[in-house]
Ligand binder design. Sequence first.
Ligand code: HEM
Length: 460
Amino acid sequence: PHPYAAETLAAVPVVDISATGPGRAPVQQVMGLMREHGPVLVRRLHGRDALFVADLDLVTELADETRFAKHVGPALQNVREFTADGLFTAYNDEPNWAKAHDILMPAFALGSMRTYHPVMLEVSRRLIGAWDRAAHAGHPVNVADDMTRMTLDTIGLAGFGYDFGSFERTEPHPFVESMVRCLEWSMHRLGRTPGADHTAADTAFRADADHLARVVDDVIAARAGTDQSGTDDLLGLMLGATHPADGTTLDTANIRNQVITFLIAGHETTSGAMSFALYHLAKDPTALRLVQQEVDALWGERTDLDPTYDEIGRLTRTRQVLNEALRLWPTAAAFGRHALTDTLLGGRIPLRAGEAVTVLAPMLHRQPVWGDNPELFDPARFTAEAEANRPVHAFKPFGTGERACIGRQFALHEATMLLAMLVHRYRLGDHADYALEVKETLTLKPEGFTLLLTPRTPAD
Ligand code: HEM
């Protein structure tokens, strides 16, 4: 049966994609459907319906936490097969969500970034070491692959004191390969044709999920038995901190789910965001010039100086570039909301309690509120003045409300620092005249994007 009532379906265009299926790029497919049918539609696949919304007024309503809440829909239910009641995939009323949220919140307050800064810097230097060697040898670098190395090592070290050593490997860390396959399985499982045999895919998925669990057990074991005192990273908090309300700690199974969750949520999306930012800078000399002026004003010609924590907060233009990259390509592109009671969305689309709507951020970020050329990369859209004049819900790369991204400041600090160091140090040679191809593995990444780097000279 259709999840939506006939009156709901009558209120919006219904587009049946069963003939083609969602393909390998379901987010971009819905973007295309919205360009044709408008920013509210039902996508029908083998009789399964999903209501997608990108209209600003409707998203503003969906952000109202008295009427709507996070929905763990089919995509996240698939991810739950390997993250269970971890923060990202927990149901709102699962006790472990509030418990873990309360225990871990202090680790993500803005002030905590000061604690992570030295590790983020150390890993940035690893990436720069690798890129210097590539520049010296005249080899191009694969941007998304190296950004993934950087963000995985950062969350491993900052969150769990565990070193993935990704820059010492020619291939991605096996954890990353298993994780990407698990995410792909979650995505492709959504588009399955009923009746087909998926045993092989499911067996391979189980093996990958088991591998993730084993890596995580290693991460936890490496810490167990050591002195926890004074350790206030994520793992230290989870092993040691008690919940203010009832004095209990998180149980072992839940800690494992949280570690997998953070290793995934803490690196895939940030890596994609930095890759898109570099893509846009490589294609846009004016935007690049503006951020170079900003970093040159701070550090002059000294590329050996270590950025301080406070300096990262002053990199306004670099931050604007990241925001603008996240506007065009929000790397976690969709999030689900459901109605808390029977309601009328936008005064015209009836929803029953529990019924879900998916917000498609890339199209929300291309609505008329962004002006008449939304495809144009323009970091000036994120000056303080421009932001103050724009409705708050026009920009939602980190989700919304109580279940919004806990790692937002972490991601922005890490990404702003590295991006600033990179534009300060290198000329970004678009040697292959790269044409953007966005790869989807539940998250978004520029596929096959390589840069040929050369050191900047004072004249650049
Ligand atoms: C939740 C995006 C970086 C950890 C979310 C959500 C979005 C998001 C959209 C909400 C999902 C939903 O409503 O279903 C992003 C983007 C990032 C980023 C675009 C980088 C640019 C990070 C980092 C961490 C992290 C660095 C950890 C260090 C989490 C967690 C949740 C979450 C644990 C679940 C929070 C909860 O429900 O309590 N993120 N994220 N994210 N994110 Fe992020």
